[in-house]
Design a protein around this ligand. Structure first.
Ligand SMILES: Cc1ncc(COP(=O)(O)O)c(C=O)c1O
Length: 365
């Protein structure tokens, strides 16, 4: 059978769909470059290289109820998050990663032909989820320092605009959007999705505005600051009415029991985790300084746990590949507005040393 028959049955807008390009598996790289897994330096997905709280490991090892479905209403997690965010539980919905909530929110608001404003270049899941719903992407380019062009965004709003997507700080560039700019966008009345995946590293949030603006939806995650990327847990903060709609369209048991236990234990160990966040922020500044010393890259200031740079001399793809051969994973881009560039996650001091040493060996021809 050729497969043509089945292809004809696929929804036409998905037939030639280009999905998200995920980060690489460290296990596969270790096998390929013949290194032990713990010799791989993984700086390509903005994970937390300090790992999760030790309390999470202890609690999961002895957890007796993996045979029972989780609470579909997420009562305990939402109550705990009330304490962490300062916003009452009725505003909160938890997802299997904030990725899942991006997808659910877009599915809630965006139908075929509806417009979604995307401040490009930005986190690619915004594009993927919009196109999955057959929505129309309206791309508003950021300026040469990757700042949001608020005037242009406002000008792009039409009767069909259903959402403005705003990663703050932005991924992959690390650029923050000042609160007054976010506020100006919220005041247009169009739903604004403020994705604050890196808020613990930036210290800037619009969460306190949620009770005031029903069109503001804030997203956060445990993947970065709490080191739980592998357990998949993120959450949204929004008007209780919108939270109610999301609760009704999500799959009932969308967040697994292990993630729920991990949230509980992480929130008991905030001081420990915040010490690691502080260390990562300090390391971010050191990595930036070290990159600045290389005359063949131009790093951009970042408020997240990664640094984005243009490669001024040489080919980003080749540099990424040469680092991979040394067991170091970083991300490279060669796309419109992200030509010949690299994104390097911030790890522990030894990871900064390793990546800088490797860059000195391979770059600047
Ligand atoms: C801006 C942004 N939003 C969301 C996510 C996804 O986070 P999660 O692991 O919670 O799905 C990422 C991950 O890199 C991100 O950079």
């Amino acid at each position: 059978m050729s497969g043509e028959g089945i292809t004809k049955l696929i929804r036409s807008h998905l037939a030639a769909f280009g999905g998200y390009v995920p980060s690489k598996s460290p296990e596969l790289l270790a096998e390929r470059v013949k290194m032990p897994l713990n010799g791989i330096t993984k700086l390509d997905a903005n994970e937390n290289l300090y790992g999760c709280s030790p309390k999470v490991n202890e609690a999961l090892g002895g957890y007796p109820y993996f045979n029972i479905y989780p609470d579909a209403n997420q009562t305990e997690m939402r109550r705990l998050l009330e304490g962490y965010t300062g916003v009452s539980a009725e505003h909160i919905v938890v997802g299997s990663g904030s990725d899942q909530l991006i997808d659910l929110i877009i599915r809630l608001f965006v139908g075929p032909g509806d417009e979604v404003i995307n401040c490009v270049p930005t986190f690619d899941i915004f594009r993927v989820s919009t196109l999955l719903c057959n929505g129309k992407l309206v791309e508003v380019p950021r300026d040469e320092d990757y700042r949001v062009d608020v005037k242009a965004v406002k000008k792009a709003i039409t009767k069909k605009t259903k959402m403005i997507m705003l990663a703050n700080p932005n991924n992959p560039t690390g650029t923050p959007t000042p609160r007054e700019d976010v506020l100006e966008l919220i005041e247009t009345g169009v739903p604004v999705l403020a994705d604050e995946a890196y808020v613990e590293f930036s210290g800037e949030t619009v969460t306190p505005l949620v009770p005031k603006y029903e069109n503001l939806l804030v997203l956060r995650t445990f993947s970065k600051w709490a080191g739980l990327a592998g357990l998949r847990v993120g959450y949204g903060i929004m008007h209780p009415k919108v939270a109610g709609y999301l609760q009704s369209i999500k799959m009932p048991y969308n967040v697994n029991i292990a993630a729920r236990v991990a949230v509980r234990e992480s929130l008991k160990d905030i001081d420990y985790l915040m010490e690691k966040v502080k260390a990562i922020v300090a390391e971010r500044e050191r990595l930036f300084d070290e990159l600045t010393k290389l005359d063949w890259v131009k790093p951009f200031p970042s408020k997240a746990n990664f640094i984005f740079c243009h490669v001024l001399n040489g080919k980003a793809a080749q540099i990424q590949q040469a680092l991979e051969e040394r067991g170091i994973l970083i991300r490279y881009f060669d796309l419109p507005m992200l030509q010949n560039s690299l994104r390097i996650s911030v790890g522990r001091p030894e990871h900064t040393d390793a990546v800088i040493k490797a860059l000195k060996e391979v770059g600047g021809d």
